[in-house]
Design a protein around this ligand. Structure first.
Ligand SMILES: *Cc1c(COP(=O)(O)O)cnc(C)c1O
Length: 368
């Protein structure tokens, strides 16, 4: 009902012509199924963290008559400390921007720096081209190789030829799980700097990966922007907190395109409590990685082909039938996975061990 066919836009509605053919992003939200479709962390927040959030709330609620800290300074400072635990370079508030999920970060960035267009390597996160269209940023796609790896030499050539203002790299990549090495990221940073373009590294799944983060490139290559989120490893998807780590100049550009008071007092306060408990919230990451490897093994034993993943999900192929019909059959069996629009593939998020068992039992009847 909320979705519109192109033909059904009323003539009185002056929707931008570039948007007339677009569909709203979103996976089906189905209740009463085991949801393994949006790469959430399946572990709920520990009671001690919930208690601390409840303690922080009264003061925040009393002050809801006031606008929030427009620049979210306390939260950005806490995010800088979190990043500094993992890198020798010391970032400060000036190097961090925070928003309602990393998607908002991406939109703010594209509004500020998308004038010369954006380049992405597909299959990848489909929200990148969607935000490009919504912000009037022209979009160029280039293919990954058949194993979903990035051909770096080819990528460098495309950057030099097309000279995009923004080059996107998602690592680990969604929906394939493929990680790009730090060495390759550095080569791409150089290629982008030679055409005075940004390299935006979308690291939504960084905490699940062994690869060195691109945050370590920023001091040498100020055109590198790392986009992170608390939605995945941090188990904080419902709160909507994402952030960028970057040179101060990029933050200053984002300040021009962010909406005033975009991040509510409540979000800022709850995120601060979450970051003070980062070790607790990230405690299940190792268990999820172990489960990911176990599920990959089980799928392989069943005869499926599984792409190597550095994230909290797996993409697999080799089932009997097409993606849509297998997806539907799994829903009937009470398991919701993701049809990512890649023919012959489905993506499954790693859930709790019994949820993964339920998935494995359901997919077994579609073995090759
Ligand atoms: C999930 C995801 C995001 C968006 O996360 P938010 O919830 O908006 O922070 C961004 N990029 C990639 C690659 C993702 O998979």
């Amino acid at each position: 009902m909320s979705n519109q066919d192109n033909a059904s836009w009323p003539t009185w509605l002056p929707i931008r012509s570039a948007l007339a053919d677009l569909k709203p992003y979103g996976a089906p939200q189905i209740t009463d199924v085991t949801a393994l479709n949006t790469n959430e962390n399946p572990y709920q927040l520990p009671d001690v963290v919930v208690s601390q959030m409840l303690e922080a709330l009264p003061k925040v609620l009393q002050n809801l008559n006031r606008y929030p800290d427009r620049d979210a300074n306390a939260l950005r400072s806490s995010l800088a400390s979190y990043i500094n635990e993992t890198t020798s370079y010391k970032f400060s508030v000036a190097n961090i921007w925070a928003a309602n999920g990393s998607n908002e970060i991406l939109q703010t960035l594209m509004l500020a720096c998308g004038g010369r267009g954006a380049l992405g390597f597909v299959p990848s996160y489909s929200v990148h081209p969607l935000i490009a269209k919504a912000t009037g940023t022209s979009w160029i796609s280039n293919d990954r190789d058949k194993n979903f790896d990035l051909d770096v030499d080819k990528a460098i050539q495309v950057i030099a030829d097309k000279k995009p203002g923004i080059t996107f790299i998602t690592t680990p990549n969604n929906p394939t799980g493929t990680a790009t090495s730090y060495e390759d990221l550095e080569k791409l940073a150089i290629a982008a700097s030679q055409i005075e373009g940004l390299l935006i590294v979308d690291e939504a799944y960084s905490e699940f990966s062994e690869e060195k983060s691109a945050v370590n490139l920023i001091s040498k290559y100020p055109n590198v922007v790392v986009v992170r989120t608390m939605s995945k490893a941090f188990a904080f998807a419902g709160a909507r907190v994402g952030y960028a780590v970057c040179d101060e100049a990029v933050v200053n550009a984002m300040l021009v395109t962010r909406l005033p008071y975009h991040l509510s007092s409540t979000t800022q306060a709850l995120a601060l409590v979450a970051l003070n408990n980062s070790k607790l919230l990230l405690a299940e990451v190792d268990a999820l990685i172990a489960e990911r490897n176990r599920v990959a093994n089980e799928l392989t034993k069943l005869g499926f082909e599984v792409s190597p993943s550095s994230a909290n999900f797996l993409i697999f192929s080799g089932f009997a039938g097409d993606s849509k019909s297998v997806w539907k059959a799994l829903v009937s069996d009470g398991v919701l996975v993701r049809d990512v629009g890649l023919d012959g593939y489905l993506r499954v998020t790693i859930g709790l061990p019994d949820e993964n068992q339920q998935f494995l039992a359901a997919i077994a009847s579609h073995r090759p």
